[in-house]
Ligand binder design. Sequence first.
Ligand code: NAD
Ligand code: MG
Length: 341
Amino acid sequence: MSQHDHSKFSRRQVVGGLMGSMAVTGMAMASSASAAESGSATSDGAPPLTGKNPLGAFPKPPFERQPQDPPGLASKMVPRPDHGEESYRGSGRLTGRKALITGGDSGIGRAVAIAYAREGADVAINYLPEEESDAKEVIALIKAAGRKAVAIPGDITDEAFCQKLVNDAATQLGGLDILVNNAGRQQYVESITDLTTESFDKTFKTNVYAMFWITKAAMAHLQPGAAIVNTSSVQAGKPSAILLDYAQTKAAIIAFTKGLAKQVAEKGIRVNAVAPGPYWTPLQSSGGQPMEKVMKFGEEAPFGRPGQPVEIAPLYVTLASAESSFTSGQVWCSDGGTGTF
Ligand code: NAD
Ligand code: MG
């Protein structure tokens, strides 16, 4: 081995060793994924050892006024969210796995779909029919990663559709061993006296009932080693005054996650949740927050900006990965330094 070859080998070993020792923490994986995509690569092509500075890594407020009707499209956002399209690099952590991701067309779900595909998983995504244009971009990205991509549009507030969604995903993927319950509805209402039963019901149907229906249907397919990752929110612990219904659903998701984790442990199935803080997605600009708050979105986080979906995908990768085989019933938060959980 020449001197040059030797130094290249040892640098890779150092990086690999660091990643191995940090692999149990989602934040460690976040920084390693970012490191690989940021700073200048070394002359031998290995990733740099330094991470990217989270302060200046992504856009900060103020943002421009950009109202959309729900569910909103990622393609209409300014700036466009970063879901890892150009940056996420996989390392075979989900090779051969088969994943269903709800709300996989945009935002956090899209970032998870891209990451899972690049980690070697076949991926089915669900979304609403009016989000087809966003979904098409995700399907193309999954295929570009060399993985099977399955698109299943439909409304998850319907129990019969939830059952069909799971069965179609399992049939088309040839099995199912990762379920990401990520779809969500968030519509702000200033006063409880204006919060209608219809709106309250729709938020619970989308965020709580659908998770229950989809997970219940998935149990027929999930084998030992399977993983479920639910999407809660910092709202579960620190509810905003204008998100009464939404915050309750996000707290319910945590209770469901912890209870189910105990129930299915004997089957060898792990259940965890991710709790995002402010992330730059169409959920917020399509009625999730007043537009004045969207224009300042993320300014209260210590990093002074919203997270970009690519920054949370590593938590979903690590929770789904077999490397996390002793982790279940947990809630992992990513909120730009606020320290909510
Ligand atoms: P997003 O709008 O990109 O994703 C939400 C998705 O939910 C939509 O793309 C849509 O496909 C899906 N959806 C909504 N209603 C549906 C229905 N009836 N049937 C089928 N699909 C439906 O926004 P996001 O922020 O990426 O949201 C993903 C998850 O993250 C949600 O559960 C949300 O509550 C959670 N979350 C987001 C933030 C944030 O700041 N963006 C913070 C905490 C939690
Ligand atoms: Mg969407």
